[in-house]
Design a protein around this ligand. Structure first.
Ligand code: SF4
Length: 206
């Protein structure tokens, strides 16, 4: 079955994301799609966004069960369900309960290999953009993590979370004060239509 898929690329710097209309009628037909195989991991750039915009959500994440807390990241581990898993932010009825900008980077950037948008010649600038963005974000996260460690601050020490997050936000503002050139290289949004032949259930590649 051939289908026209609409993708919208959103250039919002460190909160950039890709919207895909096919997710609303995922060919996997299991009410989970790609989210059934992933546990979101939040890093300093995500914490900085939540600290500035959604402190209630950050507090909610910190109190969830089944967390893996490392020095400067938190994995919200999924739970087994059927032949796969269920992300703790996923609902059967409406998909991801988080707003786009609240999601961590893999969740904002991932598009299933069944669509394979990166092979389109016309979309190479967006491919380069998201590669540069991942490199840039990893560098910022690592730098902030190292500087927090130098101050003796780690997420594992739950008694000093307030101090950890205060310092994290100060470091984030400093490290991101100068924007990289690639942020300005592409428009704020671009909508594209791609034609793909759909397969269903386990035949649709994730
Ligand atoms: S956070 Fe949202 S987008 Fe990410 S895996 Fe969970 S349900 Fe899916």
């Amino acid at each position: 079955m051939e289908k026209t898929i609409t993708m919208i690329f959103h250039n919002l710097g460190l909160r950039s994301y890709i919207e895909v209309d096919l997710c609303r009628e995922c060919p996997r037909e299991d009410d989970k799609g790609c989210c059934g195989y992933y546990s979101p991991v939040f890093y300093p750039c995500d914490f900085a966004y939540l600290l500035e915009n959604h402190t209630d959500l950050l507090d909610h994440i910190l109190h969830l069960p089944g967390l893996t807390i490392l020095d400067y990241s938190i994995t919200v581990n999924n739970t087994p369900e059927g032949n796969s898993y269920r992300c703790r932010f996923h609902s059967k009825a409406g998909g991801c309960k988080l707003q786009q900008l609240q999601r961590e980077s893999i969740c904002r950037h991932f598009v299933c290999p069944g669509i394979d948008w990166e092979k389109e010649e016309s979309l190479q600038p967006w491919k380069e953009f998201f590669i540069s963005l991942a490199d840039y974000e990893n560098k910022i996260n690592l730098t902030i993590g190292e500087k927090l460690a130098e101050k003796g601050l780690t997420l594992r020490d739950t008694n000093h979370h307030q101090q950890f997050f205060e310092q994290l936000l100060i470091l984030f503002k400093k490290e991101t004060a100068i924007k990289p050139d690639f942020f300005a290289a592409l428009p704020l949004t671009e909508e594209v239509k791609l034609k793909r032949t759909l397969t269903f259930k386990a035949d649709w590649p994730l």
